[in-house]
Write a protein that binds this ligand. Structure first.
Ligand code: DLZ
Ligand code: SF4
Length: 499
């Protein structure tokens, strides 16, 4: 009997574990372009184009190594436009009920596959398993990434010497917070012109999803494994040496800075985490990259990425509904339009719109900081992040947003909320120079709104947060303020939020 092997848009790896169980002569690989995945939520146009083009290229690659691939295009008149509908249709075509798939990246899809009776195999494209994480988490009150990271580094022998971390410490983050001096130039980014397949996809996306958020053009992403590997190696050579020093910095008009911009390739399967870690470690051992940069980059992949995946699967489905701070204000329009006088937000939304990308600090300390301080509805913020970023799939987006950005899990993931006033953004960027607000003022017409919002946030969430040792200094400062000052800051925040 023919067996069906569905391969989803974020499973584009020749070494996919389900395929290891398949037989090229008798079994069928099913790939499906479906409207449901593009419109719930309504993803960024560039993200849809990237995934569909990468899927079409991957189908070609599968065929070239002998797989029988059935590929359903979005505009196929028979397409039912959902994973469930397409898998059922394929089952009928082949008169089979045997479906084998790799564990998907979203709880909803996992349930749908299970409902279809699919056998799900563990996704071995990660450096740890869901079970590893569950074992590590057992009995721990707080699940800090740092300790999981150390366990994995030791187990995998990454940046280790004689059983100890190279350099004598696990983490060099304190060296990774430098503002970017004006004279430092950013290397040009890796780009590829669209080929015929991508051009056809761009036309399709423009026609079908042209009213979604985001700019479709210019489209310069790699869409194959070879292209993604070239992008990785360009990063290692050109940007990684300075990634550590400037990973928290922001500069107007420079969306990539020294960041890798490979998460979209990793998260859809065109790159594997092990090869990224190995390439960075090799560059360090060859003396081409300093330790703080290498460790910082490796921690994102071997530490953070593995950790959030483990947390997601351990805590779902409940994690998606957590809202510890009771945030419920609607998402402001400027998250879509970019129209706000707050220059940092304006710049970060514009870059998100243009590139389906913003780097970690823009996501956390500008866009996320506002959502946290203003108490924006947790579900709305999660939906926004999931749809605007090309690298966002729920397993990675949800813990980052609910846990790290919004503190919606009450501190399970983060040891404190990442709340900041204008001074932080001013220190780490040049955004304030061309803003109508002044980051040094707390009150008055020109005062940076982040300042009043920051103090208002601490006042409003005192019950939950004042015992947090990492906020002790902030609460000490707040308590030393004259009550009239606190009241004035609260009024200013309320005015700003339109209450
Ligand atoms: C995000 C996305 C989009 C926009 N379109 C498709 C698609 O047409 N076909 C497909 O297989 N996958 C797509 N994806 C990625 C899926 O949403 C993703 O595989 C699931 O959410 C599981 O992580
Ligand atoms: Fe952002 Fe405030 Fe700086 Fe303006 S002054 S760019 S609002 S931090």
């Amino acid at each position: 009997m023919t067996r069906l092997f569905p391969v989803l848009g974020d499973q584009l790896s020749l070494g996919l574990p389900s395929l290891a169980l398949a037989d090229k002569t008798n079994d069928v690989v099913l790939m499906m372009e479906v409207r449901e995945e593009a419109v719930t939520p309504r993803h960024h146009q560039k993200k849809i184009a990237f995934i569909l083009s990468a899927m079409r290229h991957f189908a070609q690659e599968l065929r070239s190594v002998g797989w029988q691939v059935e590929y359903v295009t979005l505009d196929d008149p028979a397409n039912t436009q959902s994973f469930t509908g397409e898998i059922e249709r394929a089952c009928r075509r082949h008169n089979t009920r045997s479906i084998i798939a790799t564990w998907p990246g979203e709880h909803r899809v996992m349930l749908a596959l299970r409902d279809l009776g699919a056998e799900l195999v563990e996704d071995t494209r990660f450096l740890s398993t869901r079970a590893d994480f569950a074992t590590w988490a057992e009995g721990r009150k707080q699940l800090r990434m740092e300790y999981f990271y150390r366990t994995l580094r030791t187990r995998l022998g990454v940046l280790m010497q004689g059983g100890k971390p190279i350099g004598g410490q696990w983490n060099f983050d304190t060296e990774n917070r430098k503002p970017l001096p004006r004279e430092i130039e950013v290397p040009p980014s890796y780009t590829e012109p669209p080929d015929d397949i991508t051009s056809q996809v761009l036309t399709l996306v423009e026609r079908e999803f042209g009213n979604h958020f985001g700019d479709l053009y210019p489209f310069t992403h790699a869409v194959t494994r070879a292209g993604a590997q070239a992008a990785l190696h360009r990063f290692i050579a050109d940007r990684l040496p300075r990634f550590g020093d400037y990973q928290d910095a922001m500069r107007q008009g420079e969306p990539l800075l020294f960041h890798a911009h490979i998460a979209l390739y990793l998260n859809c399967g065109l790159l594997l985490p092990g090869e990224c870690v190995a390439a960075a470690e090799a560059a360090y051992r060859a003396g081409a990259v300093p330790l703080n940069a290498t460790e910082g980059f490796i921690r994102q992949i071997l530490g953070w990425r593995e950790y959030v995946r483990g947390l997601y699967w351990l805590k779902m489905p409940g994690y998606a509904t957590l809202n510890a701070l009771g945030a419920k204000r609607p998402l402001p329009d400027f998250y879509w339009t970019g129209k706000t006088d707050m220059n940092c937000l304006h710049q970060c939304v514009q870059e998100t719109k243009a590139n389906a990308y913003a780097h970690h600090i823009q996501r956390l300390m500008v866009l996320g900081n506002y959502a946290l301080l203003a108490g924006i509805d947790t579900a709305a913020v999660n939906e926004w992040y999931l749809l605007v970023y090309a690298d966002a799939f729920e397993w990675v987006e949800l813990p980052n947003v609910s846990g790290m950005v919004l503190y919606a899990d009450g501190g399970l993931l983060a040891s404190k909320p990442y709340a900041a006033g204008g001074a932080y953004i001013n220190r780490m960027s040049d955004y304030c120079r061309s803003c109508r607000f002044d980051p040094t003022q707390k009150l008055g017409e020109r005062a940076c709104p982040f300042n009043a919002l920051y103090w208002n946030f601490l006042v409003s969430n005192q019950t939950l947060l004042k015992g947090n040792p990492r906020l002790a200094l902030a609460y000490k400062t707040l308590n030393a303020m004259p009550p009239e000052m606190v009241a004035a800051l609260q009024t200013r925040a309320a005015q700003f939020l339109g209450q």
